[in-house]
Design a protein around this ligand. Sequence first.
Ligand code: ADP
Ligand code: TRP
Length: 321
Amino acid sequence: MRILSGIQPSGTIHIGNYFGMVKKMIESQNDGELFAFIASYHALTSVKDKAILEQNTFEAAANFLALGMDPEKSTFWVQHHVKEVLELYWILSNHTSMGLLERAHSYKDKTSRGIQANHGLFSYPVLMAADILLFDSNIVPVGKDQIQHVEMTRDIATSINHSYKQELFVLPESKVDEEVSTVPGTDGAKMSKSYGNTIDMFNTKKKIKKQVMGIVTDSKELEEAKEWETCNIYKLSELFMNEVELKDLQKRYENPGEGYGHFKLSLLEKINEHFAPYEEKRAHLLENPKEVHEILAYGASKASKIAAEKMRIVRDAVGLI
Ligand code: ADP
Ligand code: TRP
């Protein structure tokens, strides 16, 4: 079973990204053959700054490797290192109706938020279909907002299979993890870099402390009993503490004597403890870019072999001799 996942490169990564996506993806290496790539071509639709795109791509690679992406077990590469995807994108474009793309929610959302419509943004789902179909992917783990893109991939694959009267492409299934709940930010709303309410995974100790100390609470005094059920500190602590630790924390809320500052420090300690094992590896990778580039080149060579063979079959099927 092939699992394929594309990740938009983003430099900073917060604990919402981690519990919502990254952790599951790393764990999925045990469920099947994982193909994971950094979606650098897709990022061009929103990042128009050379230095930022380069830095984000590199940091995303270092982050995933530090967090347990295993380049031997899985195939991990940067999208633009395997150029066949663009050739397939063109072939698929000729089997993608305008109507299908016009119905894409994410395109409509982005343009309604004022992002300028251009061809890259409009045809984003075709490139995503090429990513998925090039590797005969069976399962595509995605967030809810990406389900429609996988459905569109199936439509495109069905249309082209029908045109050439053969099972040229595997029809992928999206997999949405209903269990993963939304991680709240420091203000209680969904944690998101666009809301400025994140707790970063890898940042300076000082910055992370500042973020944790900024968690919004009510204004109960030390000598008052506090409600853990509705408290943002408690909700975030649930991600890092085991049952015994949580029971203990509940008691601390219920017994007067401690303030929210104390609970924040307990959470901070757990966060630091949780990510410490990865930090060393990440620091090593950031200081040794050559090592990262070699790992990515190795991933691209593994992905290229599969892509080249698939494109040989596709070209032959459509008459590109
Ligand atoms: P942001 O909202 O900070 O811009 P992205 O949209 O780049 O984050 O999200 C990258 C991945 O992380 C997506 O798969 C998304 O589902 C997941 N994710 C982001 N924020 C959260 C959150 N607060 N809770 C759970 N998952 C999240
Ligand atoms: N569009 C996806 C996102 O924004 C990233 C992506 C690109 C992707 N190509 C993909 C995801 C292929 C899964 C499969 O999150």
